[in-house]
Ligand binder design. Structure first.
Ligand code: ZN
Length: 574
């Protein structure tokens, strides 16, 4: 009884403590209306966890965004990718609020941003500011938008610890989201974790659909699980809130065996340095091949993510008996709504015997804690230590030479295996013609035979580059300059385009392979601000009152990463 009471008190203390760490009533809402979420903290995104909340803006741009507390503008970040136009405000209580994918800033901040852009003659800027521009709680600082890598208009909102820059789940600061709906588990994955482990007699991943339920979930009795050896579990699940139909991340996942916690993950905070461990946290192959997000309830050897608490044997369960074992997986959302999956695993003492044909004798074991090197004829792979999440049996195969590449195609290990850091790939390039040496590069080739530029510079008969992915690689060349397509009406007879009643000049700009490296525009030889939105391949110039009435010359220049250049020039009337 005493012990039981102690556990309850301890659990209460822990939960109060987490909430208590952060000021609850200090910050106001960044928007006028009540907060409804299109995305929450900890969602699984490409190569990262979502580090904030996505607040709905009624599906449109231009919604006023307010400072959540007194502070000063500490950073202005403008990019065609990522956060797009983003504003950072430092608050005196040690936190920084971040507002991203903005359409624009308020008049003062806009003029500060423009003066930085004109001074450096660049659209893209990431500027840290000293305490110069102070704002008040509730002051209008920006308008919501869809800039950067945003799928639809919304406000991406973060609260970071100013010193460490670690983002913290904003809901810990008292923002209320209407949610009394518990999370939903979809499927359970069972992983044999070494070559002698088995699930239902096979040494491969078994996936089982979870029966629909409410709060308590079960498997179909015909989906019995018999396991031997080191086994890991994984769960596909989501959470929805009352005012939002979008599938969001659960707040915590707990796996219990024999009534004891074996694995626990909670999305309170994580560092940007660690966010890439998402690929170790999830079943990466399942995400890559089927776009399904399964979260593993076991921790890989080199997964240093700081969201796991009180795990036992890294979540791995070892079966070597013939009795039934009960397992519970508990899912919670931020409001504490809870769902539980209950199932049993029957152990077996029958060890799995791998087929001798499948184990190649010249295999290379790469330890994830070591630097690893693989040298073959005309190719060299160098993987830094702690780049792999687990030890692997490394494969490198060379296919026959193909006429459309300047090298054979190299199959470097397996694209279903993620990497935490880039590795070096160096390929012999002696087939590259002399006149193309400065245009040659390494490209990866996907299953649809589409090329992706990986970079590289020709040096001493070789091209080498760094990449974060395994897969198929070959040498190609980028000789095609970027495309520039004007998006305004031109009248053939009249070479001077009439822009008297227009407020922008717009182009569609894209590159076939290496991608856009730099771009600029000028009017009558003078640099002007050319904005770039990468996701829509759009570049645009907004007229300001600096352009006098009369005829002017507009010129745009775009370079790709292999220094192929395109330019476009025309006269216009204002
Ligand atoms: Zn977001």
């Amino acid at each position: 009884m005493r012990k039981w009471l102690f556990h309850v008190c301890w659990a209460l203390y822990l939960s109060v403590n987490a909430q208590d760490k952060y000021p609850l009533n200090y910050f106001a809402s960044p928007v006028d209306s009540s907060i409804t979420l299109a995305g929450n903290f900890g969602e699984i995104r490409p190569d990262h966890f979502h580090s904030g909340i996505d607040i709905r803006t009624q599906g449109k741009e231009g919604i006023p965004i307010y400072a959540i507390a007194d502070g000063y503008i500490s950073r202005i970040n403008i990019s065609p990718y990522g956060y797009g136009k983003a504003l950072y405000i430092n608050h005196p209580n040690g936190y920084t609020s971040v507002y991203a994918h903005l359409k624009n800033f308020n008049t003062l901040i806009d003029s500060v941003a423009k003066s930085i852009q004109y001074l450096n003659e660049t659209f893209e800027t990431d500027t840290l500011l000293p305490p110069l521009y102070f704002v008040k709680k509730g002051e209008l600082v920006a308008y919501s938008g869809n800039s950067g890598t945003s799928q639809a208009p919304h406000l991406h909102f973060e609260i970071r610890d100013t010193k460490s820059e670690i983002p913290i789940n904003p809901l810990y600061f008292g923002y209320k989201v209407k949610d009394n709906i518990p999370p939903t588990p979809i499927s359970l994955s069972i992983y044999p974790l070494n070559e002698n482990a088995s699930v239902n007699g096979e040494n491969k991943i078994k996936k089982i659909k979870i029966l629909s339920g409410k709060e308590y979930y079960y498997l179909n009795p015909k989906d019995s699980i018999i396991a031997h050896g080191a086994i890991g579990f994984g769960i596909e699940c989501y959470d929805i809130s009352n005012d939002s139909y979008s599938k969001q991340a659960v707040h915590s996942i707990e796996l219990l065996t024999g009534g004891k916690r074996r694995y626990y993950a909670e999305f309170e905070k994580f560092s940007f340095e660690d966010t890439k461990y998402v690929n170790a946290h999830i079943d990466y192959a399942e995400k890559l091949n089927n776009n399904i997000k399964v979260q593993k309830c076991f921790i890989l050897k080199n997964n240093q993510l700081d969201i796991y608490k009180g795990t036992l044997n890294n979540g791995v369960v070892v079966y070597n008996d013939s009795i039934e074992h009960w397992i519970r997986i508990i899912l919670k959302d931020f409001n504490g709504n809870t769902s539980m999956l209950i199932f049993k695993v029957k152990g077996t003492m029958q060890e799995f015997v791998p087929n001798a044909l499948n184990t190649s004798n010249n295999s290379l074991i790469f330890k994830c804690t070591d630097e690893n090197l693989c040298k073959k004829e005309n190719i060299e792979i160098k993987i830094p230590e702690y780049a792999l999440y687990d030890d692997v049996v490394f494969n490198l195969t060379i296919s026959e030479e193909q006429s459309n590449y300047y090298s054979p195609i190299y199959d470097v290990h397996n694209d279903e295996i993620p990497l935490h850091k880039p590795y070096i790939i160096k390929i012999n390039a002696n087939k590259v013609p002399e006149n193309l040496k400065d245009k040659a590069c390494i490209a990866s080739i996907n299953k649809k035979e589409r090329l992706k530029y990986e970079g590289g510079i020709y040096e001493n008969e070789y091209i080498s580059t760094q990449t974060k992915y395994f897969g198929r690689f070959a040498i190609t060349a980028d000789t095609t300059p970027p495309y520039i397509i004007p998006k305004y009406k031109t009248v053939k007879k009249n070479p001077v385009v009439d822009f008297t009643n227009k407020n922008e000049i717009r182009f569609m700009v894209y590159d076939n392979l290496s991608g856009i490296k730099s771009y600029k525009a000028n009017i009558d030889g003078k640099w002007v601000l050319l904005e770039y939105d990468a996701k829509s391949n759009a570049m645009f110039y907004f007229f300001d009152d600096k352009i006098a009435t009369g005829t002017h010359v507009f010129k745009i220049e775009v370079f790709d990463k292999k220094n192929n250049k395109n330019e476009y020039q025309f006269s216009f009337k204002r």
